[in-house]
Every structure is written in C-alpha cells, then in structure tokens.
Write a new protein. Sequence first.
Length: 129
Amino acid sequence: MNEDKLLGHRPERNQCLISGRTVKAGAIESGLGLLKAALNFACSVHDDDGQPLMPRNPMEKLKLPREKDPKRPVIDRQTAQALRDVADEVHPFLETIILLAQATGRRLSAILGLRWDDIDFEKNTIRWP
C-alpha cells in the first residue's frame, strides 16, 4: 500500500478535490458546522467531577464560509412572455407574479411572502422582508 495513504496524506484533498470534483464552500461549511456542533456538545458534557469535557470551544468565533453567488436558474424573455401569455388561464394573479419576478429577480417564495404594508405605491418601492 502507498505510504502516503497509510499516513493519511491525500493530495486530492490538498487540491480541494474529492472524487475528481472541486469541493465547494457549501461542503466545507457543512463539515465545519458539524465539527463546531460536536465541540459545542463536548463543552456541555461534564465528567464525574462536574468539569466540562472541554472548557471552551476553540471554534466558537470561527465564521463559516458561505458561497457568495450561487447559480440560480433563470428563464429567458421569450419563455417569460410565453408564460405570461397563458397565465390568465391558470390563475388571475399569475401574470402579475411572473412580471414582478422578471422585473425584480426575486423568487416566487419571496413574492408570495409580501404583505400589503411591504409595498409603497406612492414611492413605487417594495420592502423585501
């Protein structure tokens, strides 16, 4: 067996590759979050003398990495127009929702979460919760 593998050296990990794929921030965030949670648990468990297994979590102030700009699916103008053309057959408000999504780039859940007091018709603004 390769000595590097026996010692736990994995060059693909050093290059941020697993199974030939690049490791993304979400996978790193998930792994670090799990480790942070395990350390928090160790701080809350006490031995027979009442002392915590760990006096403090060394990762407590660590900010987990986040992906800055995840790729989101986007439809083109022709598809949006085709949807708007048949929207009235589905629901009376669907054309307005599609138009609002197209104009703002917001997701359906964000649009459906709006309340009347989030919309200022005088200033033509929307406050997104």
